[in-house]
Ligand binder design. Structure first.
Ligand SMILES: *[C@@H]1O[C@H](CO)[C@@H](O)[C@H](O)[C@H]1NC(C)=O
Ligand SMILES: *[C@@H]1O[C@H](CO)[C@@H](O)[C@H](O)[C@H]1NC(C)=O
Ligand SMILES: *[C@@H]1O[C@H](CO)[C@@H](O)[C@H](O)[C@H]1NC(C)=O
Ligand SMILES: *[C@@H]1O[C@H](CO)[C@@H](O)[C@H](O)[C@H]1NC(C)=O
Ligand SMILES: *[C@@H]1O[C@H](CO)[C@@H](O)[C@H](O)[C@H]1NC(C)=O
Length: 594
């Protein structure tokens, strides 16, 4: 017997028993710590070339179970996760997250009520996934410390200085690195210690060069902004949707955010024009300041652009420098706004008195009326307290030059879905599905009051409201939808709230010390009061409780509304409709022939 051969066969055999195990995990501890993997009573340090993603390969006979541990740089273990992980091929290619179970959550969307006229994302600018949480790590320069400690400068002026950063964004399956910058966004939201940020990227990430990460600091469910965006989307109003993200900047762990698109040229081109930037038209932002005013009333006040600029209620967000007609009229980028207010003014002058039916197709020649009414319906259902109907705010007016029509785009949803009373709501606001937006001193609802004074337009609004209530805005549709989103973020909730007290900042912003229990309660019918020291405001309704009440009230308001058959065809039910039509036809054929 050849002993040599025997030995080498043996070593080959033992080699083949040693398998390769791969680990990829995102750390949620600061950059002073490292991550290790513990298996079969052994510990292996993982390494990182792009913090906070740690990776490593282990050769072992067999690994069934493992956990990740947090270690100091010298190798001392300081924390071990309580999750007992089971090794699988599929997990080994996923970027796992420390302290979070690796699972596939089937997050559902709200049912589609109407098709969107627009939604036409290019492949280069894909939608954010529904069932993932991103991880964002930003390494920023010294300016960052000044920002987090002083979101406001003297006289409560916003500190909008950017800090340069490198970003490392890790999703379950992807990994993006880029340089760029970050700045604090919002005014009201920066009263809170957990501030919201705008991020700019030098290289595109999923087709984006800018996104916003919203702090959700005033919502025990962390879901109201997402729900609002999903509602607009479900009725087909153009809207920026997002994805949850865990955020770390330098050594600070900021918690769970809602990452959304910025309203900018890239988004407009992708959303409306299949990615073609040359087709993007002029975009304005309606800026109203309540309670003092001034308010954007969309009134025509002559052809002098200065009158509009001096009002201070319209921001020129996107100036289309290829708009020849605008160039000819030379109105400092305000031509399209003046064009819209003038056409609307002319329309009212012409049809305001007799309200004849031809008024509607005339209005639709320059306005996407359908989308406007959908937007109003969603604001009614969500009782939007800082948006278009109530205070003419947080809305863009976009000139879609491709179809030569204007369309309103809603944004900033931190005051929706709460149900709590606004100073401008009438006492019976909860019962109201048409007159909920009460008087605001100094604001004339020139645009909305005028369009709704047309019986045919009001009728259409009622139909949209009725169909939205039947198909999406109801407890039956909301229950599984909310539960699926809760399943996605639940493990991050307590962690997120607890971070408030750990954040090293000298900024004395508002803090809400919510708990996981508050989260669970407020999703259903638990009232969660704001904690002391926080703005005099409260969040009396749980989400499902709120939806149930609003559903009941607005169904009563629309009880006599008949939904026309042509509204029944959406992408989701078109197929079943086709099938039933085919069935009917085949039955007719059968009847005819036999
Ligand atoms: C991991 O989870 C445990 C238990 O929930 C918690 O005490 C710990 O702070 C978490 N660690 C990190 C880094 O999130
Ligand atoms: C930030 O980056 C910009 C663009 O690269 C550069 O002009 C600026 O000087 C940088 N600021 C700081 C503080 O480094
Ligand atoms: C989407 O945009 C592309 C490119 O502009 C165009 O070819 C396509 O027809 C559009 N699709 C829809 C549904 O509008
Ligand atoms: C508004 O713009 C449209 C399209 O460019 C143009 O046809 C129309 O004459 C303009 N109307 C007014 C009142 O400026
Ligand atoms: C309403 O007024 C417009 C403008 O004066 C006119 O063109 C139209 O014929 C009127 N319609 C009816 C039904 O009176």
């Amino acid at each position: 017997m050849n002993i040599k051969l025997f030995v080498s066969t043996l070593s080959l055999l033992s080699l083949s028993y040693a398998n390769v195990y791969k680990f990829n995990v995102v750390s949620l501890s600061g950059s002073n710590n490292i991550i290790g993997v513990k298996y079969n009573n052994q510990l292996t340090q993982l390494s990182t070339s792009a913090f906070p993603l740690f990776t490593g390969v282990v050769n072992a006979d067999k690994i069934d179970n493992y956990k990740y541990v947090v270690m100091e740089k010298d190798g001392k273990v300081i924390e071990e996760e309580s999750i007992n992980r089971v090794y699988s091929e599929s997990n080994s290619i996923i970027n796992e997250v420390y302290n979070r179970t690796t699972k596939t959550v089937d997050v559902i969307d709200l049912p589609k009520v109407f098709n969107s006229e627009y939604k036409n994302n290019s492949e280069k600018y894909p939608d954010f996934p529904l069932n993932e949480i991103f991880n964002i790590y930003a390494k920023c320069d010294n300016t960052y410390d000044t920002l987090k400690n002083q979101p406001f400068l003297e006289d409560k002026k916003r500190n909008d200085v950017p800090t340069n950063c490198t970003f490392n964004i890790i999703t379950p399956n992807e990994h993006y690195l880029t340089t760029g910058s970050a700045h604090i966004i919002g005014y009201g939201s920066r009263l809170y210690k957990k501030v919201s940020w705008g991020l700019k990227f030098d290289s595109k990430i999923m087709g984006r060069k800018a996104v916003k990460i919203r702090a959700l600091a005033n919502d025990p469910t962390l879901m109201r902004e997402k729900i609002s965006a999903d509602l607009y989307n479900s009725v087909g109003v153009p809207v920026q949707r997002g994805v949850y993200a865990r955020v770390m900047i330098n050594d600070d762990v900021w918690g769970l955010y809602y990452l959304i698109d910025s309203l900018n040229k890239r988004w407009l081109s992708s959303y409306f024009h299949g990615g073609e930037k040359s087709k993007v038209g002029t975009n304005y932002i309606l800026v109203s300041t309540h309670p003092t005013g001034p308010y954007a009333d969309l009134k025509y006040i002559g052809d002098d652009s200065l009158s509009y600029i001096e009002k201070g209620t319209y921001g020129l967000d996107e100036d289309d420098t290829d708009d020849l007609e605008a160039i000819k009229n030379n109105q400092n980028g305000y031509y399209r706004l003046i064009n819209f207010t003038k056409m609307f003014n002319d329309w009212i002058l012409k049809y305001g008195q007799n309200k004849s039916e031809e008024a509607i197709p005339e209005l639709e020649k320059f306005l996407d009326l359908e989308s406007t009414l959908k937007l109003l319906a969603i604001e009614t259902l969500t009782l939007a307290r800082d948006n278009f109907w109530l205070v003419m705010s947080n809305t863009a007016l976009y000139y879609n030059k491709e179809i030569n029509k204007y369309v309103f785009i809603p944004f900033d949803f931190d005051e929706l879905m709460k149900g709590s009373k606004s100073d401008y709501f009438p006492d019976n606001y909860m019962d109201e599905c048409i007159k909920w937006a009460g008087e605001v001193s100094g604001l004339e609802r020139h645009f909305i009051d005028n369009i709704l004074s047309f019986p045919k337009i009001l009728e259409r609004y009622n139909i949209i409201l009725a169909k939205t209530l039947r198909d999406a805005f109801n407890v039956k549709a909301f229950t599984p939808y909310i539960e699926s989103v809760a399943n996605l973020i639940r493990e991050d909730v307590q962690w997120n709230f607890d971070l408030l007290d750990k954040l090293p900042t000298t900024y004395d912003g508002y803090t809400n010390h919510y708990t996981l229990q508050n989260f669970e309660d407020n999703l259903k019918n638990g009232k969660v009061e704001y904690f002391k020291g926080v703005i005099a405001d409260n969040n009396p309704y749980g989400i499902l409780e709120y939806v149930g009440i609003r559903e009941g009230k607005c169904k009563a308001y629309t009880k006599d509304v008949k939904i026309p058959i042509e509204d029944e065809i959406t992408t989701s039910n078109a197929i079943s409709l086709k099938i039933s039509i085919t069935l009917i036809i085949s039955q007719i054929i059968l009847l005819l022939f036999f």
